[in-house]
Design a protein around this ligand. Structure first.
Ligand code: ADP
Ligand code: ASP
Ligand code: MG
Length: 439
């Protein structure tokens, strides 16, 4: 079985949805995982913000404008009158529901999460109806029936495996399944999501639990590039990546993949192919248990980082001090990405500031603490053998005009991380592009 995931741009218009029907043709059984049409989840986030602010007028305007887009797409999508009618009823149903939140007396994160899943519910039903019009048989599986996170907000793999297999068994003759990316239930059974970009995660989780032949992530670019094309002029796609390399790039900001989506595929050894819907013949990137060439292969940048520097004379020659510090982060379930140490100080980075004040308060009981926000981690990824000379010099040379806040080298043979102020990110990526890749 194959998993085919199509992102927002790939389902972004009636034309694109028609194109999907072509791309997904073929004999092999498949589950097609869809995101919301591009712009929809952002619009739902904006609507939620307006509702939090009790700005009813703005919320209504945003809802109207989103609904108009869907009404237009529906008219372009279906020729068959009966199916067009079904499409219209679908749009009416979801937009009446979205509008009901404007009148609802409270708006909390619970209501927001319900709003945020509407985009994927719409896109999957629209595609399902379109296939119906073309005579292709498909089964629409509601992701809320099997996608679930556990108490730690991690995907509940045993549950998902059991439930999706039960669902698939209900349709022994079917070969074409469609489901929603991104959306799930949480440990309490409430509606939730796998964070922005989470459709990739749905695809990789499903691929892992059903032991798919391949997971294909179809998007708007021809694979993983050596650098972030949003910030750098010249980049090139990479044919092959190992799971480790892909996981590092995804985690450290290569937006083409959800930060943690590679892990389930890697665990079960399921290859992940990145493909371009606009250029299906392009090679794309294959990610797997692959021995890739030595050297630096790509860079990525992750924003929204906080650095916490903990300084204390008590660290000098003392053991157990680092444990005390890490225990505080663990207590607040806050994960640390990059760490550098000296004899009297430790600097570390976090990307989740929810408990930062409490963490700092506890750290201040034992040390001096300094926090910096608006930091960016630049990850330099590849096969970076520690016994080979030259990598450090090349990297540092690329940063010669940019202040470095932290540098972490040697923890992994696949990643060298550098922390800088976010205002220097573009310059850093550009400079690494010339220094490491000759652009
Ligand atoms: P989708 O909606 O299909 O999930 P995304 O916008 O989430 O698509 O991801 C694709 C985008 O990721 C590309 O258009 C590109 O701008 C961005 N991107 C960032 N870093 C990279 C990279 N290293 N390689 C390829 N694309 C990248
Ligand atoms: N629609 C969701 C988002 O925009 C999930 C996804 O596209 O992967 O984040
Ligand atoms: Mg995405």
């Amino acid at each position: 079985m194959l998993i085919l995931k199509f992102g927002g741009t790939s389902v972004g218009s009636a034309e694109r949805i028609k194109n999907l029907a072509e791309l997904t043709k073929g004999q092999e059984s498949k589950i097609v995982v869809l995101s919301a049409m591009s712009g929809t989840t952002n619009a739902l986030v904006d609507i939620s913000r307006a509702l939090y602010e009790k700005n009813t007028k703005k919320a209504e305007e945003l809802i109207d404008s989103l609904e108009n887009k869907y009404k237009k797409e529906i008219n372009d999508l279906y020729k068959n009158e009966a199916i067009l009618q079904k499409g219209k009823e679908l749009i009416d149903f979801h937009f009446q529901y979205i509008r009901s939140f404007v009148k609802f007396p409270v708006f909390t994160s619970k209501e927001e999460k319900i709003l945020l899943i509407q985009g994927e519910l719409l896109s999957t039903a629209m595609f399902h109806y379109y296939l119906n019009e073309t005579g292709e048989k498909s089964v629409l599986l509601p992701a809320l029936d099997f996608m679930k996170t556990n108490e730690d907000n991690e995907p509940d793999l045993p549950y998902i495996e059991e439930r999706i297999k039960e669902e698939l068994h209900k349709y022994p003759d079917a070969t074409f399944f469609i489901t929603q990316g991104y959306i799930c239930r949480n440990a309490q059974g409430d509606i939730d999501n796998l964070q922005r970009g989470g459709s990739d995660y749905t695809a990789c989780i499903l691929g892992a639990v059903i032991d798919a032949r391949e997971i294909q992530i179809w998007t708007d670019i021809d694979g993983m590039h050596n650098n972030d094309p949003r910030f750098v002029d010249k980049t090139h796609p990479i044919d092959e990546l190992s799971f480790d390399e892909a996981a590092e790039l995804a985690y450290f900001g290569a937006k083409i993949l959800h930060p943690t989506c590679i892990l389930p595929a890697q665990k079960r050894g399921i290859p992940v192919a990145l493909k371009n819907t606009m250029q299906p013949e392009a090679k794309g990137t294959l990610i797997g248990n692959i021995k890739t060439p030595d050297g630096i292969r790509a860079v990525a940048a992750k924003d929204g980082i906080y650095t916490v520097t903990v300084r204390s004379g008590r660290m000098l020659l003392a053991y157990g001090f680092l444990k005390t510090i890490f225990d505080i982060f663990e207590k607040y379930k806050t994960s640390i990405d990059v760490i550098t140490t000296s004899e009297v100080a430790v600097s570390l980075t976090i990307d989740n500031p929810d408990n930062l004040d409490a963490i700092v308060a506890e750290l201040e009981e034992i040390a001096n603490v300094e926090v910096a926000k608006n930091q960016t981690i630049i990850a330099i990824v590849g096969n970076i053998a520690k016994n080979e000379a030259g990598y450090g010099a090349k990297i540092l040379n690329a940063f010669k005009n940019i202040p470095l806040h932290m540098i972490s080298y040697g923890g992994s043979e696949h990643n060298i991380s550098v922390v800088i102020d976010s205002k220097h990110k573009k310059e850093a990526l550009q400079s690494l592009n010339s220094g490491l890749f000759g652009y």
